[in-house]
Design a protein around this ligand. Sequence first.
Ligand code: BGC
Length: 452
Amino acid sequence: MMPKKIMAPAALLKEFALTKREMRRIIKDFHGEMERGLCEKPSSLKMLPTYVDRPTGNERGAYIALDLGGTNFRVLTLELKGKGRIAGLKVMKFAIPKKIMTGEGKELFLFLARSIKKFLLADRARLDKAIDLGFTFSFPIKQRSVASGDLVVWTKGFEAKGVVGMDVVGLLKEALMREGLSGIRVSALANDTVGTLMARAYSDPSCDVGVIIGTGTNACYTESLEKIKKLQDLAGRSGHMIINIEWGNFNKLKATRYDRLLDEATDNPGCQILEKMVSGMYLGEVARLVLADLAKRSILPCGSKFLAAFRKPMSLKSEYVSMIESDRSSGLSKMDALLNSLGVSGSSAEERMLIKSACGIVSTRAAGISASAMAAVVTKIDPAVSKKHTIAIDGSVYEKHPGFSAKIKNALKEILGRKASRIRIVLSKDGSGKGAAIIAAVAAQKRGRPDA
Ligand code: BGC
């Protein structure tokens, strides 16, 4: 039986492998989609203008920032001191109940306003205190200015009704008024990738790309105004603007049968194809579908137990995949304990090796796709990679998945050769919230606020 078991990952490996040629093709297609998106031609990359450029590092003042995009909502206050320094950071986290994520949109925004109120009360701050607010909203938004934007579509399991097509800043302002928080001025709206870029760029001028690989995935970068053809009123202007790529929706990728099964079962089939191969919301599900297939084909002898324990879609969480891949114990005993606790008892060490290698195959592809997309973005800014670039990155998969960051680095080297050494990838932990405050400061400065 053993040789058969060993063969299975080899077949899988082939299905999931990304050759150098394939990575190069991804980059070429990515560039094509980026160009089309910038011209408002049909493209899987939305290329959303953000109406903000990088900070100078000299922005100053006290700000409040909100960070909404996953299962937790965060409220922050901080002070920008100039010269890239941030002081007095205070943060409070609020878990968003499922019924709020999927209920009425108005209730979601009231939940945000009430959480801000709790934060201010705990901080003994006056509720009518005049303060600028930056709002990180980690979903595709079509912005019309730095402080307004309509939700294009929900992602990552959010479904709150009556929000798609609406200005989320308007909805937030209404909720703030209802809660009596009249002094708060919502001066900036930003995607989390933009916040992440801004937080790093405040003290590092070489930072020109922001990436998130967490529950969802996406990136933003700085683009020359003259290349953003869809903003006709900018014609002839020089300067830069950050573009939110919304790369999770990139769809020119080779899909396996497991990807197709996963996509068909989601509530947004055909959308967020890259996200469904890379992000933490889906990695576990791809692995579950692969392992269920091995189980059904009797390649995984503990298969019937596996199928019973993981019969429900999304039941194999990405965290489990991380735990499985990080196990270096003899006989993979840690994984054995995990499987036992999940109802899969009596697996052999060989079976556990097979499970571990199948998980590794899925996450290696995710890292390869991420690296190809990063290389595409950097070479869009600087085709010869003649300058140094810093990519600010955040997200649970990048930060916590064993070996993920190293696999990205290796794939970048494979794609770009020695030029890869000019690209620095830096973890910008919790940058998205801080970045929102910095964007609020940039916006305040534009308005001519003296202390900003
Ligand atoms: C959203 C992006 C976001 C990313 C990371 C995706 O699902 O569409 O706007 O930046 O998740 O949070």
